[in-house]
Design a protein around this ligand. Structure first.
Ligand SMILES: [Zn+2]
Length: 178
């Protein structure tokens, strides 16, 4: 396999369930493995080709599973600063202004964990004012309960340059940000 083929293999494929709902983002390598094992079919192909000794095919851009999955690839996105901003739409979760910081709802000094359910995007003013105060003892209120998003939600919210053909399969709210 040549170098170009290797880079194609690491490109991303939107994986759909049997009902054409988005499940996750996988690599071309994994999508081709699913296709070779007859577990998935390509729905859209890119113009990049993957060559091997045994086959020569266009790399899929969207693939669909042939079988239904009960709890499909439900997993938590890994926690990164920019993923928190993406989940919270870059808005301070206390006052709605543009967020610049990450706040631990239950302060770390009081045993708060660094996990999705305890971190929110926050503006500098609220971050300073809240400090190490417990939420119940302060005047701050969360606009919504922080939850752990799925990797697909974060990837889309980060507005990474996903191929146009993915849009047809993503929830409508993503169409605005794409
Ligand atoms: Zn604020």
């Amino acid at each position: 396999m040549n170098l170009e083929a290797r880079s194609v293999l690491s490109e991303r494929v939107l994986l759909l369930d049997v009902g054409y709902r988005p499940l996750s983002i996988i690599s071309v390598r994994r999508a081709i493995l699913l296709m070779v094992c007859q577990k998935a079919d390509a729905v859209h192909e890119s113009d990049r080709t993957v060559r091997s000794e045994r086959f020569d095919l266009f790399a899929p851009s969207v693939a669909k599973l042939r079988y239904s999955v009960a709890a499909p690839f439900k997993s938590r996105a890994s926690l990164h600063r920019k993923s928190v901003f993406a989940r919270d739409d870059y808005e301070c979760q206390y006052c709605g202004r543009r967020a610049e910081c990450i706040d631990h709802v239950l302060p770390r000094s009081k045993g708060g964990e660094h996990e999705w359910e305890n971190v929110v995007a926050c503006c500098r003013a609220c971050n300073l004012a809240k400090g190490d105060t417990l939420l119940g003892e302060s005047t701050f209120h969360l606009r919504s309960a922080p939850i752990a998003p799925e990797p697909l939600e974060v990837a889309v919210a980060l507005k990474r340059n996903f191929p146009e053909e993915w849009l047809a399969y993503l929830p409508a709210r993503f169409a605005i940000s794409a």
